[in-house]
Design a protein around this ligand. Structure first.
Ligand code: PSV
Ligand code: MN
Length: 388
């Protein structure tokens, strides 16, 4: 068994935010399969998220999506989270489910619709004040489907103008986090397609504007760890939305499709100073569990991130730097691969026990009976979903 004692203090600092929407019903454009016990409101979503933290110690906060998680009293939601041992995290805006936004939101040619989208972000910032959230995460569905449909340069200017208005409202301890995505739902162009555009836009705003890297938002074959390195180098990597993709933005369990890619990403995070409580890089999941059970799906996800983090922390940095300096290609590659191939699972089980956590969180959750209790008790009402 690989002894993880040396990296245990770093493992202690790991925190992975869960998306409230992972606990609601979700699906594809073909079918949403409802599951028994799915939350009917944000309070129940938070209760479910708290189960993940209870058995892993890895997920102390929950991200909200507005309006999906709108409540009358955010102070009450805040207290409810605390009572369950978690806190409220990032506020995600939503300008992709209103008829007015068919041709765009903050980039729309009509100033009335742009202002409506800006006002929605002001509402999100007000909510952040009540929930104690640090980050406002903005992902835009804005874009066009056909060449010539709109002036793509003018849209970029309108985007800059709208983001500046939103940024002006952000508090001194808060951040604007801009997420990019290269396609979908717009297919010809999106207004924030890539890290370069996101970087250019947030750099123009100021220090408290940073980029969110969603691992599912790149073309196949993209070297995501290079982007991680570059954004860290530029001081603009604000957060991750972790998930796995095989084909498009699949939103599958992080580390399921390509654990080696997750390792490479986490290695660059560690190497670039993006790991740890004070790094300013927030780890989040952005996933949907369409066919598997949602709470165990989230548990597996945070464990996958923890496993690859442990492997990344095991890379022998000194030996690697020496091999690189000597131009020893095979030795350098071998050092990285040695860490990747280390089975950290027994060591992590021992680490968890040393922290008073179950050695096997998946088994502990299964044994808790929570899944069958919510299936039995949550009867009636409308199950939560992402509303598409
Ligand atoms: C868009 O695909 C996205 O990744 C954004 O983060 C949204 O907020 C989220 O998905 C909604 O599921
Ligand atoms: Mn995302």
């Amino acid at each position: 068994m690989t002894d993880l004692t040396a990296i245990a203090p770093l493992l202690d600092q790991q925190a992975i935010e869960l998306p409230s929407w992972a606990f609601g019903n979700s699906g594809t454009r073909f079918k949403v399969f409802a599951q028994p016990g799915v939350p009917r409101d944000p309070f129940e979503k938070i209760a479910d998220a708290a189960q993940v933290h209870r058995v892993t110690g890895l997920a102390p906060t929950v991200a909200l999506h507005i309006p999906w998680d709108k409540v009358d009293d955010y102070a009450e939601l805040h207290r409810h989270a605390e009572d369950h041992g978690v806190a409220l995290g990032t506020i995600n805006s939503n300008t992709f489910q209103d008829d007015d936004y068919k041709l765009g939101s903050v980039t729309h040619s009509d100033p009335r619709i742009r202002q409506k989208a800006i006002d929605h972000h002001y509402e999100c910032i007000d909510i952040m004040g009540e929930t104690g959230s640090r980050d406002l995460k903005i992902w835009l569905a804005d874009g066009t489907n056909y060449p010539g449909q709109d002036d793509i340069r003018a849209r970029q200017d309108r985007l800059a103008d709208s983001l500046a208005k939103i940024y002006d409202r952000i508090g001194p301890e808060q951040r604007l986090v801009l997420e990019y995505k290269f396609f979908e739902p717009a297919f010809y162009h999106t207004d924030v397609p890539d890290w370069g555009t996101a970087y250019a836009q947030v750099a123009a705003l100021g220090e408290r504007a940073v980029v969110c890297l969603d691992t599912g938002h790149h073309a196949p074959g993209t070297n995501i760890e290079f982007i991680v390195m570059q954004l860290l180098r530029l001081g603009k990597l604000g957060s991750f939305d972790f998930n796995s993709r095989f084909y498009a933005d699949d939103d599958l369990i992080v580390g399921a499709a390509d654990p080696f890619q997750l390792f490479r990403i986490l290695y660059e995070v560690v190497r670039g100073g993006g790991y740890g409580a004070d790094s300013g890089v927030a780890f989040m999941l952005d996933q949907c569990h369409n066919i598997e059970d949602k709470i165990p799906g989230q548990i597996r996800s945070v464990l996958n991130v923890q496993e690859m983090t442990a492997r990344a922390l095991l890379v022998d940095g000194e030996a690697l730097a020496a091999a690189q300096a000597a131009g020893d290609v095979l030795a350098a590659n071998g050092i990285l691969m040695d860490a990747f191939y280390t089975d950290v699972r027994p060591g992590l089980a021992a680490y968890r026990e040393s922290r008073g956590l179950p050695a096997d969180p998946m088994a502990a959750y299964a044994a808790s009976g929570y899944g069958s209790s919510i299936a039995a008790s949550r009867v009636g009402g409308a199950q939560a979903g992402w509303g598409a």
